[in-house]
Ligand binder design. Sequence first.
Ligand code: ADP
Length: 276
Amino acid sequence: MSSECSSNCSSCGASCSQRDPKSMIKPQNAKSNIKKVIAVVSGKGGVGKSMVTALSAISSSRMGYNTAILDADITGPSIPHMFGLTDKAMGTEDGMIPIESANGIKNMSINLLLDNESDPVAWRGPILGSVVEQFWQEVVWGDVDFMFVDMPPGTGDVLLTTFQSLPVSGIIVVTSPQDLVSMIVSKAVKMAEQMDIPILGIIENMSYLECPDCGKKIELFGKSHLDEIAAKYGIEILGRIPILPDLAAMADNGDIENFNYDFLDPIMTVLKGIAD
Ligand code: ADP
């Protein structure tokens, strides 16, 4: 790779591995057969990216697909808590064994390895990226139709490593109305183009709160710009999820799999469309 790489291959004559973004993809574990990897990204923390990852995985599993979640949000892992997972992942000769949720979703997360889930992980970017690669290569995932990767917020090291090292089939972007949606989407779109990965769609979370008495929709975080943004970048809107206190409570109680909803139907349609 040229030391002055501008990530613009069309204006560069050098021969390098960056030219083919897929050339750096790492092989999966010998005992894994993962068909599709979906990365769930957001511009900042707290918008509900992990929630959307969990709900997408639950939707996938309910449709009968073998489903897994790789928690790449190493410094802020919340997936095991949402699913009420307390067992620790064990190593075998073949690799680490993921922990299954009540309905059979396979999980790997740093919190399934730490003795105490509230222990902080103070590692720098390259190490965080290598943990994600290890979760990909050293976990015995078995047969998986859809693996959802809960990315850390933003577009830092871990995102880049994941996009380079894992064969990501598509990206789901999660935003909320108070987010700087335009900037995040523009970054995600550029990165996706560079890495040759399609954006499957965008989901707005915490879109509104429905008054339990009169049913009026209150836009707590201001007016949504989702329609304009989606049209500008030609991205499909996969849903608007309201603020649902019950959903927050169930996630908090490790009971997320029992939540019933219909606002993720568009995700199910997209998954069906790309399933092998
Ligand atoms: P992120 O992964 O973007 O940091 P999380 O998915 O961890 O965000 O969500 C942040 C908090 O907001 C969590 O406590 C979660 O339960 C809650 N939450 C997310 N989406 C909703 C929603 N639609 N309604 C109510 N609470 C939500």
